[in-house]
Design a protein around this ligand. Structure first.
Ligand code: TPP
Ligand code: MG
Length: 1014
């Protein structure tokens, strides 16, 4: 027999040592355990007692010692041990007393058999036949060999008892006596066939047992003929779809699924099963491989549309005249959504999230979107909305965001009740072999860290694939936890259709060339079983091929009628080419007062930290007096007013509840009970607790920002914010900024109003924690530096046409308005906020409540009401023409307060200082208004950042364009006051920082004209 293969010496010694140790621990007098050499075949068959009633510690190396101790305790007092142990000792000890030696032998044999069973449960997957190509070289672990436990060929037909207590399946306690041969057969079938189960790493006993029940069935799993016909039909569709594309578009890149076609029937069966179990909506994220097949066959996107888009490569999609179509993207990146009927007669909503080519980056986005759906569907137990992520083997193992996403899976404010992960494991990544691509045995090992079960399945075994997919859906709906299906398959052609795979994988491709397709194998199986006939198969093949041809013919005249770019909740939102009204963001004074009181009042019996008591008292005073509103209160007011208007607000990021700079205190902790109170949860009667969500996140940027982006895309009536601990850490999420936020609308016609709060400002804290790298966001903005767009307030579409907004706000009131503006408009744009640090407590950085309201005559109120100020003009209330001003200093952010102080100290009344609060899109109209106001002024851009950073390189060409249009000079006329160019963002020496800061501020205000560039 296979398992009686040569038994390495080392292993033999290990067994002997183990057995010797066991005997060493056993006192000679013990009746329970003694050294048991292999029992001769003729020995009496022991009485069946399910040893499984013992706890798991029975199986570890200390079990004999443990048993002895238990026995001693039982002998002293039978009630002192668990009932199951009491039964056990009664049976065994009683018997052993009359027939010495039998019980000890029984225990030893059963123990060894249990160890063998356990070895199959833990390591059986190592022997499973997972590789369709048969190239896998894996050493089978020694502990799967019965000889390892001392069993010989002679033991095969002896009966053993092994019934596992309260378990179903072939090891259940109602079938306790079995021959070793039958136990081994079933173990081999269950654990070493086409599926390799990894689940014994799961610590939870119930979950483990649930899986064990499903795996260790009394008879191997079988599908009936009806199911087989459906599966066959789906496999034919999957296979012929790829073949059809390959013949019609011979040279097009489509990243075909050939070699992994069983994915499609597997997924479909999984979706059907999920729908049967209550799932109504599935959000899917997937890479390039097989995407068109998934779209056509799983999503049921009309094939004519797929073919039409496929033919149209390189040309812009035809759409309704005059409507925005963006810059587009390659066809295997686009998202879509469909309602699809299921086998069980239900309908299931499917959305595929658009993704960039950065593999795995879409993962957290999908999870966030799913969580958003769950919020809006009031899916409290998270069983109606499911996330499914498809991965490649190379990217699953290699990309860190996979781990970051897994780590969100059980966090209360991020969980979606379990993601189903599918790995299309074609055993190669572009040209790289697994041995060069990962250090772990399986590409899925990361999932073990999160206690997810992993089902490896041979992609050539169609029914095994379907089985594990169904099991995955059942697991997710039962335990609300992640699960991984690893389809071990192959890639029949090159990485894409133009690639020659034999350059790098010659041996693999020799095998692949002669390897039958999964469809051929399944057809043969069904033909052999007599379940279907050749005619039947031929009929389906003809049907599929004629539909494909019909759809292909119709695709030639297919014109997309309706742009698919806004889902249900987004209906009515404006595209970048439609004019949207500019809205007032001020709030009625009485509402401000009312919500202000609600968010500054703590429950009477609540015992806050005494410092926080003061903070809340101060805030209450700000509301009462209407004066001195600080940053944190302004933010809370923005959130509160949006909430009372019925919007959902969600703020997440590292330590956001308290706030990195200990300023926010959105959640406060009772110092006696440890209980928490979140004032923003209590501004309305019976407020849904999740309506305002503030949540500390895991220590991830890429994963969490991606999650919040996905969340924000679900419903436009939610203000979703992500705060970086310090702005510089946002670079860990650069992919999300580059590939999704800055370009998502243009590529995929999907809007988001996500807000990124990135703490920024030069306080002498060294090279990190000073700069949020403002320059990067500005550099990625697509407003044309040399063209002034339409700036008339009623026609202005500048902000709609720009890819995102970047602001560096200097007053609490303006922060309040910029947050509210995100929701009070008919389109959505990402907003990047250079968030302050020292302004959070700066005595001058305060606003009066009158700047928040929309009362006529109050500051900020103009004919359109009170709004966000894109530019704050000089605070000295200058008239429309100030010929005596010798310099106009333009700046942004906190340096303004230093400039103001220097101006005061030097009594430089002839210097005007304007704050550019919105850097992008550039406020040409307001800049020009200020240029006109100061016709004789020298124009200076002042910033704290080094010259190659900050806003300078963004501002100068735009400022120059604005100046040129007014005849106010050229580039040379823009003077610079700031730090010189530098490799590092900031100095590490506080004294140097202070000196630099002093110099740049002095330079901006100095009497003499500024010499620049030298
Ligand atoms: C983050 C990232 N790095 C590199 C690439 C380039 N790239 C595209 S496909 C690919 C191989 C992917 O291998 P695998 O994940 O196994 O998927 P497969 O193509 O085999 O289905 C690579 C390296 C990419 N798209 N994204
Ligand atoms: Mg691969």
């Amino acid at each position: 027999m296979a398992w009686l293969r040569a038994f390495p010496d080392v292993a033999r010694h290990a067994v002997r040592r183990y057995l010797a140790q066991a005997s060493h621990h056993v006192p000679r007098s013990s009746r329970m355990i003694h050294s048991t050499a292999l029992r001769p075949k003729a020995a009496p068959v022991p009485r069946p007692v399910p040893l499984s009633r013992l706890t798991d510690s029975f199986l570890d190396g200390t079990s004999s010692v443990y048993l002895e101790e238990l026995q001693r305790a039982w002998e002293a007092d039978p009630d002192s041990v668990d009932e199951s142990w009491d039964n056990f000792f009664r049976n065994f000890v009683g018997q052993a007393a009359t027939s010495p030696g039998i019980s000890g032998q029984t225990i030893q044999e059963s123990m060894r058999l249990l160890l063998l069973v356990r070895a199959y449960q833990v390591n059986g997957h190592m022997k499973a036949k997972l590789d369709p190509l048969g190239l896998e070289e894996r050493e089978v672990p020694a502990d799967l060999d019965p000889a390892f436990y001392g069993f010989t060929e002679a033991d095969l037909d002896r009966e053993f008892f092994i019934g596992v207590w309260s378990m179903a399946g072939f090891l259940s306690d109602n079938r306790p006596v079995q021959t070793l041969r039958s136990i081994l057969n079933r173990l081999e079938q269950a654990y070493c066939g086409s599926v390799g189960y990894e689940y014994m790493h799961i610590a939870n006993r119930e979950q483990c047992n649930w899986l064990r029940d499903k795996i260790e069935t009394i008879t191997p799993m079988m599908y009936n003929r009806e199911r087989q016909e459906v599966i066959l039909d789906r496999l034919i569709w999957s296979t012929q779809f790829e073949n059809f594309l390959a013949t019609k578009w011979v040279t097009a890149k489509r990243f075909g699924l050939e070699g992994g076609e069983t994915l499609i029937p597997g997924m479909k069966e999984m979706f059907d099963r999920a729908a049967d179990l209550g799932v109504e909506s599935i959000v899917v994220g997937m890479p390039h491989r097989g995407r068109l097949n998934v779209l056509g066959n799983v999503f049921r996107k009309p094939l004519r549309q797929i073919f039409s888009e496929f033919s149209g490569s390189g040309t812009k999609a035809v759409d309704e005249v005059g409507l925005y179509t963006g810059t587009g993207d390659v066809k295997y990146h686009l998202g879509t959504s469909y309602d699809r009927p299921t086998r069980g007669g239900k309908r299931i909503h499917l959305s595929l999230v658009a993704n960039p080519s950065h593999l795995e980056a879409v993962n957290p986005v999908v999870i966030g979107k799913t969580r958003g759906k769950q919020y809006y569907a009031n899916d409290l137990d998270r069983t109606k909305n499911l996330a499914v992520l498809i991965h490649g083997d190379g990217s699953f193992a290699g990309q860190g965001v996979v781990y970051e996403t897994f780590h969100l899976s059980a966090l209360p404010n991020y969980t979606t009740g379990g993601t189903i992960h599918i790995v299309v494991n074609n055993q190669v990544a572009f040209t790289t072999d697994p041995k060069a691509g990962r250090s772990s045995q399986y590409c899925t090992d990361v999932a073990k860290a999160l206690d997810a079960p992993i089902f490896h399945v041979n992609g050539d075994d169609m029914e095994a694939v379907v089985h594990v997919f169904e099991l995955a859906a059942e697991w997710r709906q039962t335990f609300h936890k992640d699960v991984v299906v690893d389809i071990v398959c192959y890639r029949r052609f090159g990485h894409n259709e133009m690639d020659e795979p034999s350059f790098t994988q010659p041996k693999m491709y020799q095998v692949i060339r002669n390897h039958p397709s999964a469809l051929q194998l399944y057809q043969n199986k069904l033909l052999e079983s007599g379940h279907v006939t050749r005619e039947y198969i031929g009929k389906i093949q003809n049907k599929v091929s004629s539909i494909l041809n019909e759809e292909f013919n119709s695709s030639k005249d297919y014109v997309p009628k309706r742009r698919d770019w806004l889902s249900a909740y987004w209906a009515g939102f404006k595209s970048p080419e439609q004019i949207s009204r500019i809205r007032n963001t001020g709030v009625k004074p009485e509402i401000l007062k009312r919500v202000g009181e609600a968010i500054t009042t703590l429950p009477e019996d609540f015992k806050p930290h005494k410092v926080l008591k003061r903070v809340f008292d101060d805030r209450a005073k700000m509301i009462q007096t209407g004066e001195g509103v600080d940053w944190a209160l302004a933010e809370a007011l923005a959130f509160a007013t949006l909430l009372v208007e019925g919007n959902h607000v969600r703020l997440s990021g590292q330590d956001v509840e308290r706030g990195t700079f200990s300023h926010r205190h959105a959640v406060i902790h009772d110092q006696q009970t440890g209980g928490v109170y979140c004032p923003l949860d209590h501004i309305m009667m019976n407020q849904n607790e999740e309506m305002f969500t503030v949540s500390n996140s895991s220590l991830s940027e890429f994963g969490v920002l991606g999650f919040e982006l996905g969340y924000s895309m679900e419903n436009p009536n939610s203000l979703v914010l992500w705060e970086g601990q310090f702005g510089d850490f946002a670079n860990g999420a650069q992919v999300i900024f580059d590939q999704f936020l800055s370009s998502g609308e243009s590529k995929w016609l999907r809007q988001t109003g996500l807000v990124m709060l990135l703490p920024h400002g030069y306080d002498g804290q060294g090279p990190e924690h000073s700069s949020a790298r403002l320059e990067r966001y500005l550099q990625m903005s697509d407003d044309n530096p040399y063209m002034i767009p339409e700036m008339d307030p009623t026609l202005r579409k500048q902000i709609q046409e720009c890819n995102w907004q970047v602001v560096n706000v200097t007053t609490p009131a303006n922060y309040f308005h910029v947050l509210r503006r995100q929701i009070h408009r008919e389109f959505r744009k990402p907003l990047i906020v250079m968030a302050p640090k020292n302004l959070l407590r700066h005595p001058k950085c305060k606003s009066n409540l009158s700047e928040f309201d929309d009362a006529q005559g109050h500051p900020g109120f103009d004919k359109q009401g009170t709004r966000f100020k894109r530019l704050i003009k000089d605070r000295n209330d200058h008239s429309n023409l100030e010929e005596g001003i010798r310099r106009l200093v333009l700046c942004s952010g906190k340096v303004y307060y230093d400039l103001e102080e220097e101006r005061k100290a030097t009594d430089a009344k002839d210097v005007a200082i304007c704050r550019v609060e919105q850097l992008c899109p550039f406020p040409y109209d307001l800049i020009q208004r200020e240029l006109k106001r100061y016709p004789n002024a020298e124009i200076v851009w002042c910033q704290e950042e080094p010259m190659n950073m900050g806003a300078y390189n963004y501002i100068s060409p735009r400022l120059c364009t604005a100046m040129k249009a007014l005849g106010r000079g050229t580039m040379e006329d823009i003077k610079y006051a700031g730090r010189p160019p530098s490799a590092s963002t900031a100095t590490g020496f506080l004294s140097v920082h202070q000196q630099e800061q002093k110099e740049l501020v002095q330079k901006a205000i100095q009497r003499e004209p500024i010499k620049f560039p030298c």
